[in-house]
Design a binder for this molecule. Structure first.
Ligand code: ACO
Length: 326
């Protein structure tokens, strides 16, 4: 049976570091509150001229290099983002042009923080159906552009960054074992950007009333996330006959260390088997999992044959998980 295997990963974090101490000067918050409630110490902020396709490009080049492929080898590019360069065309089309990936189709996915696993699911399905055999998937976010720097309940959480992975058709025992994606649109109002779409197009009023920034009901989101993710990860392992002891590494979406440790506890695995980097990068939405995955690969935390579990929860609401044999 043909399935997909990740043959290369890459990531990029902008150089500018924004610390909790700097945020103390911007809004009514403290380093202690942010660290205790979220685990975040600092995050990265893109340069003014960097849009999602620019930072995604750097991550993509790294992933292609790691896979030993040229841009022209790629059949399809999928970019997961909630901060596209423009509403039209897709960020994937910008990326295709910048890479020179002339043979690739290209489109975006919006599934907020679950976007990378959604992209993985689509890519894996195309490969299993033998439609495409080499696919580049990218999570790229410049969340600083939709962050309300006057809202302490959200601005302390978010950061910019990009991660990418190359998937190739494979017939070995390694690769993507299972990917599951889910949504509950009835809870859309826990996490959203009110204006800039067809419901409330940009106007002087929407700009004046700060409606182009991300709004979140954090505490409610937190509770649903913990409940949902605990079940998600247990079900994924059970359905595939994998025990928590078999699992080498959990690579969670990096939103909040309390959510992540609750998920690990439910699985019965120690935090030494959990990939964590939100202390340095904050929540980078669709980029967080590919950035964490790339870091885990490059620091030797993932080895051939390891079982890896990815999981995410985000706006939509959406949630998703993927079990991979590396
Ligand atoms: N500094 C100081 N105090 C603050 C801050 C801040 N930055 N932000 C909020 N507070 C205050 C609140 O006003 C509240 O004060 P009150 O008790 O006087 O009313 C108090 O702290 C507690 O607020 P809560 O919102 O209940 O705090 P909570 O423990 O829930 O932590 C947090 C907030 C960190 C946002 C948490 O709820 C969370 O992580 N939620 C989930 C986020 C998430 O996973 N989102 C999905 C992905 S994001 C995406 O898709 C882009």
């Amino acid at each position: 049976m043909v399935h997909s295997r990740i043959t290369g990963t890459g990531s990029y974090l902008p150089g500018r570091v924004l610390t909790n101490y700097e945020l103390e000067q911007m809004v009514d918050t403290t380093d202690e509150w942010i660290r205790d409630r979220t685990g975040i110490r600092e995050r990265r902020i893109a340069e003014r001229e960097q849009a999602a396709s620019d930072i995604g490009l750097i991550a993509s080049k790294e992933a292609l290099k790691a896979a030993g492929l040229k841009p022209r080898d790629i059949d399809l590019i999928i970019v997961a983002t909630v901060t596209p360069d423009m509403p039209l065309p897709s960020t994937a089309c910008f990326l295709q042009d910048k890479l020179g990936a002339k043979n690739a189709a290209a489109f975006d996915i919006n599934a907020a923080c679950s976007g990378f696993i959604y992209a993985l699911s689509v890519a894996d399905a195309y490969i299993r159906a033998k439609v495409y055999s080499r696919i580049l998937i990218v999570g790229s976010e410049v969340l600083s552009r939709i962050t309300d720097w006057k809202d302490r309940t959200t601005c302390v959480l978010l950061g910019d960054g990009a991660g990418a992975a190359v998937l190739e058709a494979d017939r070995s025992k390694r690769g993507v074992i299972s990917v599951k994606i889910h949504a509950d649109g009835s809870k859309w109002d826990l996490l959203y950007v009110p204006a800039g779409g067809s419901r409330q197009p940009a106007s002087e009023e929407t700009v004046g009333t700060r409606l182009h920034y991300l709004k979140m009901r954090g505490n409610e989101t937190f509770k649903v996330a913990v409940r949902t993710l605990e079940k998600l990860v247990v079900d994924m392992l059970e359905e595939n006959g994998i025990t928590p002891d078999d699992l080498s590494l959990l690579v969670p979406h990096q939103a909040n260390h309390r959510i992540i440790s609750a998920t690990a506890k439910r699985l019965g695995i120690g935090m030494e088997r959990v990939m964590l980097n939100l202390d340095r990068y904050g929540n980078t939405s669709a980029a967080s999992i590919p950035i964490a995955l790339d870091e885990a690969v490059r620091t030797g935390r993932i080895k051939e044959g390891d079982y890896i579990l990815l999981e995410a929860f985000g706006g939509g609401l959406t949630w998703a998980s993927a079990l991979i044999r590396w």
